[in-house]
Design a protein around this ligand. Structure first.
Ligand SMILES: Cc1ncc(COP(=O)(O)O)c(C=O)c1O
Length: 319
């Protein structure tokens, strides 16, 4: 196995803290603490992706996401920090007074192109076409897929598992609940656990964009491709991948009132505010599957960040 190299961008190790909700105790790994402007799960992936971009000596990185994409925000800030220009391909509309993640995107002076949902369905192709145009103008480009979820990017979460194993006895842990957008974080967790021999640990992705089958396929194909690309000598057990489905029926960009109520209650008890797109939905799944019964589950909640997305949804939280 040849482990890829990385830059140092994230404040790691992130804290593993004890928390409590409605009388039930559990642990949260605070990957929202990987930084401030540059925060959340994407920073771990960007350490590898931007090392590669630097190595290739590119002028630009391209990436894509929703107009409140945490990944897009983290990418343009990190790229700016390491001296690479960026271009974002966003699903949504431009706003004169931008909020949340888009506010940060605009401050970085990144180039932004907006697309409708229909157009955005072809975003990998759109980025590749634009790359060709840039290259004709002698601009080298490194394309980072949505969510940073390539076989290189997921090394951020393969190595997260090593970090976690130094903070807790993983053999005593039954599982990890994590929000799943593109599935790269969950793929890294699954692979990291296998590599370290924690082959009983369940990974519980909470799918917020794709259907249960789509996310399972995305995660397992990322794992298989990574095993192949980096010649990792393991045979991953996909029985450890258990999707907690049905927590984003309101749609990726929306959140129901009943979920917001849970998040506000959790905030009042813990001081931790989860976001409406990813971690909030994952937490409701965590609550319903592991906390509400009040039985000790030994399942950990991975907080992957996303706070800025909350500012764009202030109205939902004020009701
Ligand atoms: C805050 C937050 N949590 C979780 C995720 C999901 O990560 P992944 O795309 O690796 O599944 C994302 C991005 O997609 C995110 O921004």
């Amino acid at each position: 196995m040849k482990e890829p190299k990385k830059l140092k961008l994230a404040n790691i190790p992130t804290p593993l803290i004890d928390s409590e909700f409605e009388g039930c105790k559990f642990k949260i790994k605070r990957d929202d603490f990987t930084g401030m402007e540059l925060s959340g799960n994407k920073v771990r992936k960007l350490e590898y992706l931007l090392y590669e971009a630097k190595k290739q000596n590119v002028d630009y990185v391209f990436t894509s996401g929703g107009d409140q994409s945490n990944h897009a925000r983290a990418t343009c800030i990190a790229a700016m920090q390491v001296g690479i220009k960026s271009k974002l391909f966003l699903w949504g509309k431009d706003k004169k007074i931008a909020e949340g993640n888009l506010f940060f995107d605009k401050l970085t002076n990144t180039e932004i192109e907006y697309f409708t949902k229909k157009e955005y369905a072809n975003v990998p192709l759109l980025m590749e076409k634009e790359k060709v145009k840039f290259e004709k103008k002698d601009k080298k480009v490194y394309v980072i897929p949505s969510g940073g979820s390539s076989t290189l990017g997921i090394w951020g979460y393969i190595n997260f598992m090593k970090e976690l194993s130094e903070q807790i006895d993983i053999k005593k842990l039954n599982g990890i609940v994590v929000a799943a957008g593109t599935g790269g974080t969950a793929a890294g967790l699954l692979l990291g656990a296998e590599i370290l021999g924690f082959n009983k640990l369940k990974i519980y992705p909470v799918n917020v964009i794709y259907s249960e089958n789509e996310i399972k396929n995305k995660i397992s194909s990322l794992v298989k491709s990574c095993v192949n690309d980096y010649k990792i000598n393991i045979n991953p057990d996909f029985n450890n991948l258990v999707v907690l489905d049905g927590y984003s029926k309101e749609g990726y960009k929306n959140i129901t009132k009943s979920k917001v109520k849970v998040l506000k209650n959790f905030f009042k008890q813990s001081g931790i505010l989860l976001d409406p797109i990813y971690t909030g939905k994952a937490f409701v799944a965590f609550y319903e599957n592991f906390l509400r019964s009040k039985k000790k589950s030994n399942v950990l909640f991975l907080h992957t960040g996303g706070l800025f997305g909350t500012f764009a949804k202030r109205k939902d939280f004020m009701m």
